[in-house]
Design a protein around this ligand. Structure first.
Ligand SMILES: Cc1cc2nc3c(=O)[nH]c(=O)nc-3n(C[C@H](O)[C@H](O)[C@H](O)COP(=O)(O)O)c2cc1C
Length: 170
């Protein structure tokens, strides 16, 4: 087994309906089996959207398409200097990352020296994480890996991502 013990990884994610949280927890469990220390940070909006008819929520649509930043919480304990690698995960809403993640990555632009791995969760099999990667790189992040996790076939994507992370952590 690859010796990646004493490596510290942060998984920063947003999740509204639980898919991205499930993927993050699975990643945490798989990486912990390799003796990697993993801390998870679930970013939330200060004003979360109602669960009812999420697709038709006007504020959600407005914030996804037009808003640069929203009020967020959940990152207060996050200290990027503590980690060898930082994973950032987001659901895809209308072909974009969630507003809370857009806000987080803007907030930390230029403040994270560690390599980044990013992932998206989505319904459609479209390579959304390529776009997320470009967005992160545009903000100056050093992105090593990106992975699109399509809900319904996440098992293989998570496995592939863990394999790729192992090569970075080695
Ligand atoms: C408002 C809304 C918009 C969505 N837009 C897309 C989309 O453009 N493409 C896609 O593949 N999936 C889309 N989805 C599906 C989500 O990306 C998918 O269910 C994701 O895993 C949700 O993550 P979460 O459960 O962590 O919130 C959308 C879901 C919602 C609620």
């Amino acid at each position: 087994m690859v010796n990646v013990s004493e490596m510290k990884v942060a998984i920063v994610y947003y999740s509204k309906t639980g898919n991205t949280r499930r993927v993050a927890e699975r990643l945490k469990s798989d990486l912990s089996e390799l003796n990697v220390i993993v801390d998870c940070f679930e970013i939330r909006g200060q004003r979360e959207y109602s669960n009812k008819m999420l697709h038709l929520n006007p504020r959600l649509i407005y914030e996804v398409i037009f808003k640069d930043e929203v009020e967020i919480c959940g990152y207060e304990e996050f200290n990027p200097n503590k980690y060898n690698l930082i994973l950032i995960g987001s659901p895809i809403w209308y072909n974009r990352v969630a507003p809370a993640i857009k806000t987080f990555i803007k907030k930390y632009a230029g403040k994270i020296g560690a390599p980044i791995a990013c992932f998206t969760t989505s319904k459609l099999n479209i390579n959304y994480s390529d776009e997320f990667r470009k967005q992160l790189e545009g903000l100056g992040y050093k992105v090593m890996v990106n992975k699109t996790v399509v809900i319904g076939s996440e098992k293989l994507a998570i496995k592939e991502l863990v394999e790729e992370l192992k090569t970075i952590l080695r």
